[in-house]
Design a protein around this ligand. Sequence first.
Ligand code: NAD
Length: 257
Amino acid sequence: MSDLSNKRAIITAGASGIGRVTARTFIAAGARVSVCDIDDAALASFMEEFPSASAFLCDVSKPAAVARVTELMVEALGGIDILVNNAGSAGPTANIEDIDTDDWSRTVDVNLFSQFLFTKALVPLMKAQRSGAIVHMSSAAGRLGMPMRTPYVAAKWATIGLTQSLAMELGGHNIRVNAILPGSVRGDRMGRVMKARSEATGLSLAQVEAEETAAISLGRMIEPQEIADMIAFICSDRGSAISGQSIGVCGNTEILR
Ligand code: NAD
């Protein structure tokens, strides 16, 4: 297990899904963790499981809310060493001509703009202490493309560019920036995505699932813990030379048509 003793970590959208498993992994590795999320009930459940952590309600795509919540999270932790920009939204499954403009903006804002907002707010603290690790959640789809999911893919692709540019900009301040590219991860979100694809294409759920796994060389879905373990490793001191990388934790996902 990676050692994160004495590290102070902020995880966006950490109340459920991959963010929550990452929080659990970080806490087990010795980190102090603060999460934010838009889902009140999930936050309450998070605090029941992790009474020593802190959790805040926030829509990560809203600048004023992020400005306020980052202050509260830093105060709760007494500083920050690690930022995991995990928040994301699958967005619409539709042909380009049928995508509502508000849905496009909302999807890009939750996936990409939120990463800018949190990084902008927290980098000054990392610069002042001359250390930090930032992880951006992209997606295997962000590198490969995927039909009918254009706003999501465009945002996840942009995340890779954001990561590489920030790694160059911040490396001299001893701040490392990396992106994780999960494949299809077992969990509620994948269930929702497959249902939407089934409705949009007329394929059965079983056919959609078969399609998903056929696109993965390992022939199976990825477990959330496999994503969390990689995040913990690159944020630990053992990952000290890793920056500017876009790391697939996807069983070698190939193009999904
Ligand atoms: P999820 O859909 O399970 O959502 C996780 C959390 O995000 C939820 O608690 C939800 O309340 C919160 N959230 C949603 N919108 C928010 C907002 N505007 N403000 C604050 N919180 C918000 O997601 P997940 O499957 O855990 O995915 C985590 C990250 O990994 C995302 O960036 C996602 O795009 C990426 N990813 C996931 C998969 C997958 O198969 N699950 C694959 C590739 C990439």
